[in-house]
Ligand binder design. Structure first.
Ligand code: PLP
Length: 360
């Protein structure tokens, strides 16, 4: 029998990404707080747009995403020609690695950084380099110290997942300015909408050739299941990524829904305000129960326990009550559970379950 081909170096080193669970056997009314989804669902405007677009599912979608890019550009005051849309921001992160990283090249990211960063690095044959953090905060000096002449990309989520902590604008700028020529800083703004008055690094990407910003429709915009994200950067980078991008990467349903969601500023404002209120409630409730957590700038809170056993015990207790949160050993935080901020009712249910666990 003929042997099957061997995959490219690096691919078999990829640890399979595990999504947040969504089911518990024996529970009909599961509260899923494990994937940072919008607890209010998708905006009604986007659902309606998706329904309408579905009647055209026999037609190929457009390849230039002009209408969606125009909507994004208007809302964020950007140059539409410097926007690229992808199948989630994951695709953009992949394209960046595919375009700029090869065997022998290095990619730097923070030690508790998003698991997709080492995955896309290995997929491109590159070497992932994790820079230490300090008390679950990105350390710019450690990031710069990890950069060598072989570093092609630096990935940084701000606010970060799963810690929820954030670097201020000065620190991000210091990181960008400290990188050598030919090294691109990728600012992953998946949670930027939750961080108050913050542009997710878009202004830095607008003014610096070596900074690229990514955003997503999966969190605040409630469209995780449709898979739409976008990136903003120098024309030269956008041109490179567009050559790699599949021309029909986004379906007409996804394009229509994302455009409607982007235009629905009322939905975004309402969800942001609600997240702020419920996040404050969750943080206060955790601390009342003696469970430590850092201030979060995102739509989740990282609850910290004495050790991994205690975290697992709490996780199991929540599961028996139909609540799914995310244990995060894969992020180097085995004593932590990441809890997505839910609705008012959801947070009431969670805090009740945590109180019962503490009292048990
Ligand atoms: C959720 C998340 C994303 C978004 O991924 P999509 O592919 O757009 O759904 C990107 N970066 C981080 C850090 C995330 O947590």
């Amino acid at each position: 029998m003929n042997a099957a081909p061997k995959p490219q170096p690096g691919i078999l080193d990829i640890a399979l990404y595990q999504g947040g669970a969504s089911k518990i056997a024996g529970h009909a009314n599961v509260l899923k707080l494990s994937s940072n989804e919008n607890p209010h669902g998708a905006p009604l405007t986007a659902r309606e747009a998706a329904r309408e677009a579905a009647s055209e599912m026999h037609l190929y979608p457009n390849t230039d995403h002009a209408s969606l890019r125009d909507a994004i550009a208007r809302v964020h005051d950007l140059d539409a020609d410097r926007i690229i849309c992808g199948v989630g921001s994951d695709e953009i992160l992949h394209l960046l690695a595919q375009a700029y990283v090869g065997p022998g090249d290095e990619v730097v990211y923070p030690a508790h950084g998003f698991l997709i960063y080492p995955i896309v690095t290995r997929a491109a044959g590159g070497t992932p380099v994790a820079a230490p953090e300090r008390d679950r905060r990105v350390d710019v000096d450690a990031m710069l110290a990890a950069v060598t002449e072989r570093t092609r990309l630096v990935y940084l989520a701000n606010p970060a997942n799963p810690t929820g902590t954030m670097l201020n604008g000065q620190e991000v700028t210091r990181l960008a300015d400290g990188l050598p020529d030919g090294c691109l800083l990728v600012l992953d703004g998946a949670y930027a909408e939750y961080a108050g008055d913050f542009d997710g690094g878009l202004s830095l990407a607008a003014t610096r050739e070596n900074v690229f910003a990514t955003r997503t429709f999966s969190k605040m915009y409630g469209l995780g299941g449709l898979r739409v994200g976008w990136g903003y950067g120098a024309r030269a980078v956008i041109d490179v990524l567009n050559r790699l991008r599949g021309p029909f990467n986004l379906s007409n349903v996804a394009l229509a829904a994302a455009e409607a969601a982007m235009r629905d500023r009322e939905f975004v404002a309402r969800c942001a305000a609600d997240n702020r209120a419920q996040r404050a409630r969750l943080v206060a409730g955790l601390r009342d129960l003696g469970i430590a957590c850092d201030a979060s700038e995102a739509n989740f809170v990282l609850a910290r326990f004495a050790d991994e056993d205690e975290a697992l015990d709490c996780d199991a207790a929540l599961k028996t009550r139909g609540i799914i949160v995310r244990h995060v050993p894969a992020y180097g935080l085995p004593n932590c559970l990441r809890i997505t901020v839910g609705t008012e009712d959801g947070m009431t249910r969670l805090l009740k379950a945590l109180t019962a666990w503490r009292g048990a």
